[in-house]
Design a binder for this molecule. Structure first.
Ligand SMILES: Cc1cc2nc3c(=O)[nH]c(=O)nc-3n(C[C@H](O)[C@H](O)[C@H](O)COP(=O)(O)OP(=O)(O)OC[C@H]3O[C@@H](n4cnc5c(N)ncnc54)[C@H](O)[C@@H]3O)c2cc1C
Length: 529
């Protein structure tokens, strides 16, 4: 990374400019810098954002955060959540969602956390990486694209101009993304608007909440009562149709509503409160030349599934390895185009699911609520419901005829030198050809060198190493013995013998190096929008 001054403008050269240092921009910058790329992150605010937002992440996101180098401390800022119970106005259960224990990615299926703590961990990790520079108090205000790169025009709070010359730029600049607006990318509005007061509380004496997370589907005041991470509780209160935003958005209103939950200034500290309008929308495209969008800049959803940030973290896990390829001159436009192709339909499915949850929760009409309650839980015994699994990813980069391709590959505990550790901590993150056989994969020299250049490796997991049986179970269920795991933890393809495994690598090399053949259909067609 080089910096110099010309006239009144400071100029910085780097591989990638990341605009926005929320959780998404922060994770992307770390993943790129871990590959040795020079990254400049521009963040408008001089200090981290402190208003209440995300409190939940899932096991896949925990695995990506592990890949960012903070797996060792993640448990300190999070607590597992196994049950999310929905109740009617009388407190009778309508449904129970959730799974206990570890999810397929080797972390608790659901974890509750405090977003500022996560952002602080990511910022500490970012400061450890010598090729990553975070410029706080600097706002991106313009951009120019050329065939070779991008210039991001920025200025600091004193008005001093800064130009970042980079090969790629990624707008991780949140819901009102400047980068999205500068690129003139339209937003597809999915028509969901509800105002909620969000209140974060620290109780002076801890209480046991069982279940840990509750949704009160009371038409008089839809309310969410959940963990806000270790030592914290979160209440969310929907604005009623007869209230104004001002009626709701005050410390007095927060205490008044909390009183019904025996939370008062005598027994609790009100950490923060804010009113948010929950919305559902996404950018029509996530790439324009050398500039890409990720996180809230690309999509927004109501938080009822706790998936907004999770989707953004998934975006950057998908994008980081593709940018790494492009920066190395391997894999070009075609591979970068697969970012939108793979991520947009997935994010859209999660948005649609979040809207469906919102339609059930945000009911303020008593008759409508009574009909809903009857439909959902007429017997008022908690119906165990599973949250539908997130869909696989698809697109031209993945073999169409492989039923396992595009699904997540699991992470289990493996034995190494008499100790147990998570697979990624032992074998690293990247292309991993995993097998439960002892067969040897003999590749021709060119293919072996290519796989090596891509930091690929073959990992054979013996029954002794497979300490919790994750791999034996998965391979038996999928009826295969070899699986090629991508750097974003999805399965590129699976095979039943060494010839099939070698063919997977040949196929991958072709797909990464030759222009991909795509159908004419855009990832989200106009009729779906
Ligand atoms: C009440 C609520 C509850 C939620 N709960 C959950 C949950 O439980 N789980 C979950 O996964 N998600 C949840 N979400 C969503 C989650 O908070 C967001 O999806 C997530 O914070 C988005 O991260 P981001 O990095 O994309 O954007 P942001 O966190 O918004 O970060 C964008 C950054 O870009 C900076 N920026 C903007 N413009 C510029 C510019 N021009 N130049 C430089 N910097 C700029 C901003 O200052 C900001 O720091 C919730 C959201 C809300 C509102």
């Amino acid at each position: 990374m080089t910096a110099h001054r010309s006239g009144g403008t400071e100029r910085v050269d780097c591989d990638v400019a990341v605009i926005g240092h929320g959780p998404v921009g922060s994770a992307l910058a770390i993943l790129l810098a871990q590959h040795g790329h020079t990254v400049t992150v521009l963040e408008r605010w001089p200090v981290p954002y402190s208003l209440p937002r995300a409190v939940h992440f899932d096991d896949e996101v925990a695995r990506i955060l592990q890949a960012c180098g903070i797996g060792g401390v993640l448990a300190e800022i999070s607590e597992p959540a196994d049950v999310y119970e929905w109740r009617n106005a009388a407190g009778l259960p309508l449904a129970r969602f959730g799974r206990s224990g570890l999810g397929p990615s080797g972390w608790p299926s659901s974890s509750m956390f405090h977003q500022p703590h996560l952002e602080a961990l990511l910022e500490d990790r970012a400061r450890d990486l010598s090729t990553l520079v975070l410029r706080r108090g600097v706002e991106a205000v313009g951009l120019i694209q050329t065939d070779e790169g991008v210039i991001i025009h920025a200025r600091n709070h004193a008005g001093t101009a800064l130009d970042i010359r980079c090969r790629y730029a990624v707008g991780c600049d949140g819901a009102n993304s400047t980068i999205r607006q500068l690129l003139d990318i339209p937003t597809i509005d999915l028509g969901f608007f509800y105002d909620w007061l969000i209140v974060d509380v620290v109780l002076h004496e801890q209480r046991v909440y069982d279940p840990i997370n509750v949704q009160v589907c009371d038409p008089a005041r839809p309310t969410t009562v959940v963990s806000g991470g270790p030592g914290r509780r979160r209440w969310e209160f929907m604005r009623r149709p007869d209230e104004t935003l001002d009626d709701l958005n005050s410390t007095d209103a927060a205490w008044r509503l909390l009183a019904a939950w025996d939370v008062t200034p005598d027994n609790a500290t009100l950490e923060r409160h804010a009113v948010y309008t929950f919305k559902a929308c996404h950018a029509a495209q996530w790439r324009n030349g050398r500039v890409l969008l990720a996180g809230d800049a690309a999509h927004l959803m109501p938080p009822f599934a706790g998936q907004g940030m999770c989707s953004g973290i998934r975006d950057v896990a998908n994008l980081a390895w593709k940018l790494h390829l492009a920066l190395g001159g391997r894999g070009g436009d075609s591979v970068l185009d697969s970012y939108t192709e793979e991520r947009l339909p997935h994010a859209r499915a999660v948005i649609d699911f979040s809207i469906e949850l919102g339609k059930i929760i945000c009911v303020s009409d008593p008759a409508e609520a009574a009909a809903r309650d009857e439909l959902m839980g007429g017997s008022f015994t908690a119906i165990a419901m599973s949250i539908p699994p997130l869909p696989p990813i698809a697109g031209a980069l993945l073999p169409a005829n492989d039923p396992v391709a595009g699904h997540l590959f699991p992470q289990g505990m493996v034995a190494v030198d008499g100790a147990r550790a998570r697979f990624d901590d032992v074998h690293g993150v990247g292309w991993r050809m995993v097998t439960v056989t002892t067969d040897r994969l003999d590749l021709d020299t060119a293919l072996a060198e290519w796989f090596d250049d891509e930091s690929g490796s073959v990992v054979a997991i013996s029954p002794d190493a497979d300490v919790d049986g994750t791999y034996a179970t998965w391979f038996a269920e999928q009826r295969c013995t070899w699986a090629l795991q991508r750097p974003d933890f999805h399965v590129q393809g699976a095979a039943s013998d060494v010839d099939g495994a070698a063919a997977l690598l040949v196929d991958l090399r072709n797909r990464l190096t030759a222009p991909l053949v795509r159908s004419e259909e855009p990832p989200i067609s106009a009729s779906q929008a």
